[in-house]
Design a protein around this ligand. Structure first.
Ligand code: THU
Length: 138
């Protein structure tokens, strides 16, 4: 899938965030190697800690459907659903990506719009990381 189409998919999903506590809406679109795209949103909770980030929501949907190979993820969001600034993935989400993605090739796209975005590899955002290979692989 083309970059801009993946970005538009993420931007289109911003309205589906459930963020009544932070009012910070995040949306993700995860591209699998087979071409399928899984979206995700942050889902907050009155007890706070059960809340989940948009990126992990997308990975949970994809992995639970049998996907294991991933190319790229677009992340966007901001206060009240306005993607006015870049929204980098939290540390926990970076580690979840590390479980399933190749650090040197998995592409993390932070988008404000289909025209304004930045691209990183997972290795850039999570250097010297610990992953499945340290435990003998899976
Ligand atoms: N959030 C995400 O969904 N992804 C991130 O990587 C950063 C933070 C969400 C969690 C919470 O619902 C809100 O943004 C404010 O932290």
């Amino acid at each position: 899938m083309e970059r801009k189409a993946l970005i538009r998919t993420a931007l289109d999903g911003l309205g589906r965030s459930y963020a009544p506590y932070s009012h910070f809406h995040v949306s993700a679109a995860l591209l699998c190697r087979d071409g399928k795209v899984y979206t995700g949103n942050n889902i907050e909770n009155a007890a706070y800690s059960p809340g989940i980030c948009a990126e992990r929501c997308a990975f949970a949907k994809a992995v639970s459907e049998g996907e294991r190979e991933f190319e790229a993820i677009v992340i966007c969001g901001g206060p009240d659903g306005k993607a006015g600034d870049y929204c980098p993935p939290c540390g926990v989400c970076r580690q979840v990506m590390r479980e399933f993605c190749k650090p040197d090739s998995f592409c993390i796209i932070l988008a404000k719009s289909a025209e304004e975005y930045r691209e990183y590899t997972l290795a850039q955002l999570l250097p010297e990381s610990f992953g499945p290979d340290h435990l003998g692989g899976v």
